[in-house]
Write a protein that binds this ligand. Structure first.
Ligand code: 57M
Length: 359
């Protein structure tokens, strides 16, 4: 809205010309989301505590988690609120990608909310069944895939990292491919969200990385120079990535060890869905395996552990899955696991950025 209200004034006051620039709006959109989380955080934590929306801790988990019982959860509501407000303020609302990323953020947030609501507010021991959660995610992701597919000039070619001459055009199959990327990322972030700041830290790193990719993909000259897929109107997504990073930083302020609040499924499913969608829009879908490599590693640890557990009737590869529990049970203090995983996430983001040149 600020963009629509203030930019037209540039004809009389030239200073308002800055609202045209994606870089300028990215910075202030990111700060807006950060400050909304930062200032509303204490109030939200108080309200959630008053409503007794506190985390139940599983008894079969690491012992170090038992004293986390009662930590307010569903903090994702604050994240989604800050993202939405900042996006409406700073983004160009005539750009269709803006509505797609907001739909995925709020939509996946709503699925997570129902799950959290049933467990936290209705105090049911289980939230949504795995099946219904998965079905809702797939349906919403297919809708998002379809909307992206329908965007004018959107290419259905898939970018293969490191190989600029390989980019298969999968036509309408792109809808299914996009849905897969979105659902997988949403669940991967959810699995990773098991230690203080462990999910949101890498979310910030991934969002910041895609901010760069969105900017270059949306800039015809830079995209042409780097020989990457140009996404007309896609540059606006850089602002959204900045917002994701800003909201993540604001939330991390309170989610940092020892956490005063958890994001809940409402936060993790939403952030994961948003990241997956950004990877699709920027045409760096497969690269997400590297950028978000930490989420991939955590997910693979679960797949291998569960698979091995079933095949061998109860034997395990790791002390516990997802992987962060393995290191906790090995005796690493929680902050050490968290910071080391963040370091891995940053290193992977740097590797992914090198693909702009190494192709
Ligand atoms: C949700 N949720 C956290 C919090 C957060 C298939 C199986 C591997 C699935 C997996 C699973 O259910 N994962 C998804 C993970 C939970 O956090 C809540 O959930 C939200 C995210 N959805 O926002 O609201 C706990 O994580 C801790 N936490 C923090 N700080 C944070 O900032 O400390 C979360 C956020 C919180 C808190 O303790 O209660 C979770 O871990 O449950 N299941 C598992 O992860 C379980 N693994 C398992 O059963 N592994 C088995 C194999 C054979 C399947 C094995 O290796 O033997 C573990 N989870 C727990 N205890 N809590 C095992 C035992």
């Amino acid at each position: 809205m600020l963009y629509h209200l203030l930019y037209p004034l540039h004809t009389t006051i030239s200073a308002f010309n800055v609202f045209r620039y994606i870089t300028f709006r990215t910075i202030y959109a990111s700060l807006t989301a950060f400050f909304i989380c930062f200032f509303l955080g204490p109030w939200v934590i108080r309200k959630l505590s008053e409503m007794q929306i506190g985390q139940h801790i599983r008894e079969d988990g690491p012992q170090s988690h038992f004293d986390k019982a009662g930590t307010p959860t569903m903090g994702g509501i604050l994240i989604i609120f800050s993202i939405t407000v900042s996006a409406l303020l700073w983004m160009n609302l005539t750009n269709y990608y803006v509505w797609i990323v907001l739909l995925v953020t709020i939509g996946f947030g709503a699925i997570g909310f129902i799950d959290d609501y049933l467990m936290q507010i209705k105090k049911r021991s289980k939230g949504l069944s795995v099946k219904s959660k998965f079905c809702l995610q797939i349906l919403l992701a297919l809708l998002i895939g379809f909307l992206v597919y329908m965007c004018p000039d959107f290419s259905t070619q898939v970018t293969v990292p490191f190989f600029k001459n390989i980019s298969p055009d999968i036509g309408w199959g792109y809808i299914i491919f996009a849905a897969f990327v979105i659902v997988a990322t949403s669940n991967a972030v959810n699995l990773t969200d098991g230690l203080d700041g462990l999910a949101v830290g890498p979310v910030i790193v991934v969002a910041a990385t895609y901010m760069l990719f969105a900017y270059v993909a949306g800039h015809s000259k830079i995209a042409d120079y780097l020989q990457i897929n140009y996404v007309a109107e896609g540059g606006e997504t850089a602002i959204f990535c900045g917002i994701l990073a800003g909201a993540g930083m604001g939330f991390l302020w309170f989610n940092a060890y020892p956490a005063q609040i958890f994001m809940g499924d409402v936060g993790s499913l939403s952030l994961g869905g948003a990241i997956g969608t950004v990877a699709v829009i920027t045409k760096q879908e497969i690269l997400l395996v590297i950028v978000g490599g930490l989420f991939v590693i955590e997910t693979l640890s679960v797949i291998f552990q569960v698979g091995f557990f079933k095949i061998t009737n109860g034997r395990r590869i790791f002390k516990m899955a997802p992987l962060h529990h393995h290191f906790e049970l090995k005796g690493w203090p929680e902050p050490k696991v968290i910071v080391r995983f963040w370091i891995i996430a940053i290193a992977l983001a740097l590797i992914s950025m090198s693909t702009l040149k190494l192709r």
